[in-house]
Design a protein around this ligand. Structure first.
Ligand code: ATP
Length: 292
């Protein structure tokens, strides 16, 4: 039986601004998205028995149509009238409900894997068009790398790869709902918005420290008061030599950027010992998805 094995990569936001709330309730954003080398593993195979069968190593995740992987597979099965069934195994390593686009990247990777497995001939653009039906971050996750994301997240502009650096990722033991964060965001009370244009310019100039200095996430104004441990982790990362530290997406994951590997390793150790975070990873930036 043919099996496709793929990595579904996580993202962080180097900058996250909310520009306005639309009349339909969606928020318009400007975000700099960046893939990091932290991933789920997906194993997808065809089976003569129709239907979608999903298994995962995390008992609390849904394995029915509530899982984005299931939704992505079903979308293509319905559109292309695929008669075979699919067996999908998910090994989850990306923290769940953490602001790292775990579900979105699994969905994007399922689209890519199904396209290959069943020879559907969809281009990258066509995969992205299907992805947006599953979630605003899914089109970005199809390509990954460094990108400016606008609109509700679906308007993407590719940016040059960021300068080399080390990313310390820490997920405290609290869960945050994206809906809660956007629902409690008070746009008129935000004093300082991140300068996304200047940050893009720093990336173009390959200026690591300027890029880090310009990090900012307006969603911190909601998530940090609800979970002060986020600020404690940021402080620890900066005290341990991070060029800067920030919450990713709607949180609660925090990341710190380091230009020096030894310093990043020492900070990682210190963070583990502090007990402030439930999951701690030291990783790197990576470029665009090689599979599409
Ligand atoms: P984002 O960064 O896009 O806001 P997130 O990190 O906040 O994403 P996810 O990890 O994608 O959030 O999961 C949020 C919820 O979606 C989970 O509570 C889970 O029940 C549901 N979900 C559905 N499919 C998946 C999946 N494949 N992986 C993780 N969660 C999933």
């Amino acid at each position: 039986m043919k099996q496709i094995r793929l990595k579904a990569m996580a993202k962080i936001n180097l900058g996250l601004d909310v520009v306005r709330k639309r009349e339909d309730g969606y928020h318009e954003v400007r975000m700099i998205m960046q893939t990091v080398n932290l991933y789920d593993k997906l194993f997808i195979s065809a089976s003569p028995e129709p239907g979608i069968r999903l298994k995962t190593n995390l008992g609390f995740l849904p394995v029915n149509e509530d899982n984005l992987i299931y939704k992505a597979a079903k979308l293509l099965i319905d559109e292309f009238e695929i008669k075979d069934g699919v067996e999908i195994q998910l090994q989850k390593f990306i923290p769940v409900a953490a602001g790292m686009a775990g579900g979105s990247t699994d969905a994007a990777t399922t689209l890519i894997g199904m396209n290959k497995l069943f020879d559907l001939g969809l281009s990258r653009r066509q995969l992205m068009e299907r992805g947006v039906k599953l979630g605003a971050d899914v089109p970005y996750c199809v390509t990954g790398g460094t990108a400016l994301s606008e609109g509700i997240g679906e308007i993407l502009t590719r940016l040059p790869d960021v300068p080399r650096g080390y990313v310390l990722v820490a997920k405290p033991g609290v869960n945050v709902s994206t809906k809660f964060v956007y629902g409690n965001l008070k746009l008129d009370q935000i004093g300082k918005h991140p300068d996304i244009d200047a940050q893009m310019e720093a990336i173009r100039r390959q200026d690591f420290h300027e890029m880090a200095d310009l990090m900012g996430n307006v969603l911190e104004t909601v998530t940090i008061p609800a979970h002060p441990v986020i600020a404690q982790i940021k402080d620890l990362m900066i005290k341990e030599g991070a060029a800067n530290a920030m919450m990713s997406g709607s949180g609660p994951t925090v990341f710190g950027l380091y230009s020096n590997h030894r310093q990043a390793e020492a900070a990682c150790e210190c963070l583990r010992e502090s007990g402030l975070a439930k999951m701690v990873f030291l990783t790197t930036f990576i470029g665009q998805n090689p599979y599409v």
